[in-house]
Design a protein around this ligand. Structure first.
Ligand code: AMP
Ligand code: MG
Length: 487
């Protein structure tokens, strides 16, 4: 276990030089204090969880102090936002403080979000408010606990610094961790500004540090692009299988590592709704729940375009062609598991589609349906779930197909089936109304609810005594919360 001053830095991205990032110091918050910390994330840095409670912790992650070996940098990138190219983005309110490596030899970027203005702030104030910092913290740690690749969050630091959004709020910082903060938009920036040398240096950096296994391939860059396609297909399959809606799938928010990245107006589905739009600025539904699948491919095509100096168009097109079949295979595999099936049959896709259509028409809770399906033997479970559906005849037909399918599936006991299903079907997810309750309390200075919710969500598959209220469908007020895009 390490103390805070024992972290070991190796700032590889900063060494790429001033064409890639700019040295900027964090702008401290007034009266910084710990809102919440993740012990699991602390462990990734070999940090003793007790250090989170020390004044030094809040001072460092509230922007007052810095390790001598840190090298805070604002990264430059660009990207396609809602389909249009924006030539100049970059870390407008976040800084890569440095890269730390742990005892296991893993590198972790420490990125402080809400750290003040940078050369890339454009019209922004460089700040993040408490509300959005808590949402990012809870979501990244909750996704990780669900087995969905994501950037991680070490802590949220609250403050008295006033920040103006639709109304006056308080500034906060979230310390985000990832093996890399490089986005599709980094490659787009050097491509569209016609800087082939930097573009090459960036590609070499990503290849050697993050895709070393591709270096042995005959065409290393192509192998790397293929791996990025694969990781994104797997990631988006997980989002769709677990009902996660990202909300702002701009190419500057897409990680080169295929992890969930940059949290804005995201949501987990309560009722199943394929057309759900969680971003209220997204009037055309470009990033609606079901559109996440084709948008994943669109974003990969934007990255492919930026890689044309290194890879032939034919090879890139062929690699892009892997995305949809891979997505479909991953998604179907996950949905089979969610249904408790251990074998594959040709009609499984149809079984899933039929169920989702019924859930859509009846507004059935997406998370609880699968959890309850594993609570009892199949016949009893569907009999109990029947009441949630409006189209009873439709559901009965599906239930007959499902029971017969389970019957053919394999030779296992009811206990085994239930255990297997509960291990993949969470009881607790980050519902918007739960986040909202925690935020309301935190805004009035009570951080206990954020901490409790974080704890519950860190074991989403385990039924936790006394935590029944976190496994409920939203009350009426919490069903259609407008999540402000300003953050
Ligand atoms: P996002 O929508 O959070 O992905 O941000 C898009 C771009 O706007 C990025 O370049 C951000 O750094 C920048 N940005 C967002 N909010 C602010 C802010 N309050 N101050 C400065 N830049 C910001
Ligand atoms: Mg962003």
């Amino acid at each position: 276990m390490k103390a805070l001053d024992e972290l070991i830095f190796d700032n590889r991205f900063a060494r790429l030089g001033d064409a890639f990032s700019t040295h900027v110091l964090p702008e401290p918050l007034d009266n910084p204090r710990l809102v919440v910390a993740s012990n699991a994330a602390m462990a990734l840095l070999d940090l003793d969880p007790a250090v989170a409670e020390t004044p030094l912790f809040a001072e460092i992650f509230g922007g007052h102090k810095l390790w001598a070996e840190a090298e805070p940098r604002a990264m430059v990138y660009s990207g396609h936002q809602f389909g249009g190219y924006n030539p100049q983005l970059g870390d407008g309110r976040g800084l890569l403080l440095g890269e730390v490596y742990n005892q296991a030899g893993e590198h972790w970027d420490l990125h402080l979000k809400g750290a003040g203005q940078t050369p890339y702030s454009r019209m922004g104030d460089g700040r993040a408010v408490l509300r959005s910092s808590i949402r990012e913290f809870l979501a990244s740690e909750a996704l990780h606990a669900l087995g969905i690749p994501s950037s991680r969050a070490l802590c949220v630091i609250g403050s008295d610094t006033p920040v103006w959004r639709e109304k006056q709020e308080r500034g906060a910082m979230v310390l985000r961790m990832a093996h890399s903060h490089i986005r599709f938009g980094h490659f787009e920036y050097f491509y569209y500004t016609k800087k082939p040398e930097q573009q090459k240096a960036l590609a070499e950096h990503v290849l050697s540090l993050h895709y070393p296994e591709c270096q042995e391939q005959p065409e290393p860059y192509l192998a790397m692009f293929r791996a990025i396609v694969e990781r994104n297909a797997e990631l988006i399959a997980k989002w769709q299988a677990y009902g996660f809606c990202h909300g702002v799938m701009n190419t500057d928010n897409m990680s080169i590592l295929g992890i969930t990245f940059d949290f804005g107006p995201f949501a987990f589905l309560d009722d199943f709704d394929a057309h759900f739009i969680c971003n209220h600025s997204d009037h055309e539904g470009r990033y609606s729940f079901s559109n996440q699948v084709p948008i994943g491919q669109w974003n990969l095509s934007a990255l492919a375009q930026a890689l044309t100096p290194f890879i032939s168009v034919e090879a890139l097109t062929e690699a892009l062609g892997l995305y949809l079949p891979l997505y479909q295979a991953n998604y179907l595999d996950l949905m089979r598991r969610r249904l408790g099936l251990t074998s594959a049959e040709d009609d499984d896709q149809k079984l899933v589609e039929r169920l989702l259509k019924l859930m859509q028409n009846s507004g059935v809770d997406y998370t609880l349906f699968f959890r309850r399906l594993g609570d009892e033997p199949a016949a009893l479970a569907v009999a109990k779930l029947r009441d949630d559906f409006v189209d009873l005849a439709g559901f009965d037909t599906w239930a007959e197909l499902y029971k017969a399918r389970v019957e053919r599936d394999g030779d296992y006991s009811e206990e085994q089936r239930s255990e297997r299903m509960h291990a993949v079907n969470p009881l607790y997810i980050l519902r918007n109304y739960l986040a909202q309750n925690a935020i309301t309390a935190a805004e009035s200075g009570d951080y206990s609810e954020v901490r409790r919710l974080h704890q519950v969500l860190s074991k989403p598959f385990e039924e936790q005594a006394g935590m029944e209220q976190y496994a409920q469908r939203p009350p009426d007020w919490g069903k259609h919360l407008e999540i402000s895009c300003s953050s």
